[in-house]
Design a protein around this ligand. Structure first.
Ligand SMILES: C[S@@+](CC[C@H](N)C(=O)[O-])C[C@H]1O[C@@H](n2cnc3c(N)ncnc32)[C@H](O)[C@@H]1O
Length: 282
């Protein structure tokens, strides 16, 4: 299916409104390659027909297919390694010590925002389980969310192909946390039970969520406009506990967003803590 300049404009606007992803005029090839099939399946002969059908006929099934096709679900276990090392050797031990005298010393809330097919939340779960041997007597929950219902369904199944496992999984963890059946690997129920999966669009208000001790929001805001990105990280910060931490992707930085975000370093990892409003001296 051939795409026109006008098609690029309207489809880009539609994609932006659906999921915040910004596609400029140079992305015609991407729309063509990823959405031709969706258009065909919807019985559309042109992209503008797909636009009108989706925009004015309120068609959730087509919307879902557009989101699934246009989002980039690239991910792997323990992506970038250093954030998980920072968690294991610095953030979690300090947090657990700090919580020791609180009302809920064994309560931990994590959020893997834009978790794709689940490698990130399962990596978080394994990191926690390694550090806290009696994790199942703790009150731990990892919320794993993504806009793509297909990605979330796969994440929730917890079943991975050999190729996916080969990307980042340590053999000792594979043996400890997965069952192998007919060439696929399934996360053991005990580990899976630490995670709750939910479809969430990061552009929409976060209702009834948080507070979180740790949020991973990596490799998603790079696709958003500058305003949507700033708004997203500010809303996430409001969901963090006072000593909470936010991890972004290795190519991302929050330094341009002002003093709300204080960077902290551990080896090669950078994470951010919210700077609380200063209280007036008495
Ligand atoms: C490149 S993956 C990143 C996965 C994982 N965080 C990582 O770093 O490995 C980006 C994910 O963001 C999701 N996504 C894109 N727009 C979104 C939105 N508006 N709300 C929630 N998730 C979104 C996509 O579906 C995709 O699974």
């Amino acid at each position: 299916m051939q795409i026109t300049t006008e098609d690029i404009k309207v489809i880009s606007r539609l994609v932006h409104d659906l999921c915040g992803i910004v596609l400029d005029e140079s992305k015609g090839y991407l729309i063509e390659s990823r959405l031709s099939r969706v258009a065909n399946e919807a019985g559309c002969e042109t992209f503008s027909e797909l636009y009108y059908k989706t925009r004015y006929k309120q068609n959730p099934a087509i919307e879902k297919k557009i989101i699934d096709a246009i989002t980039t679900n690239e991910t792997l276990f323990f992506r970038d390694t250093s954030p998980f090392e920072a968690l294991q050797f610095k953030v979690l031990p300090e947090m657990i010590d700090e919580k020791a005298n609180s009302r809920n010393p064994k309560r931990l809330r994590l959020w893997s925002a834009a978790c794709s097919t689940g490698q990130e939340p399962y990596s978080l779960a394994m990191t926690l389980a390694e550090l806290i041997p009696d994790i199942h007597s703790w009150d731990v929950n990892i919320l794993a969310t993504d806009i793509s219902s297909t990605a979330i369904a796969q994440a929730s199944r917890g079943t991975f192909e050999k190729l996916e496992i080969q990307r980042g999984m340590k053999p000792t963890f594979l043996a400890k946390y997965f069952d192998q059946t007919e060439g696929t690997y399934r996360v053991k129920d005990q580990l899976r039970s630490l995670i709750r999966f939910q479809q969430i669009n990061l552009l929409q208000p976060f209702v009834g969520m948080g507070p979180f001790d740790i949020v991973f929001c990596r490799n998603v805001a790079i696709y958003f406009s500058a305003e949507a990105r700033k708004d997203l990280f500010e809303r996430i910060t409001q969901l963090l506990t006072p000593s909470g931490c936010l991890f972004v992707g290795s190519s991302e930085s929050l330094l341009d967003l002002g003093s709300r975000f204080t960077p902290h370093r551990h080896c090669r990892a950078v994470f951010y803590r919210p700077r609380m409003a200063q209280t007036a001296p008495c």
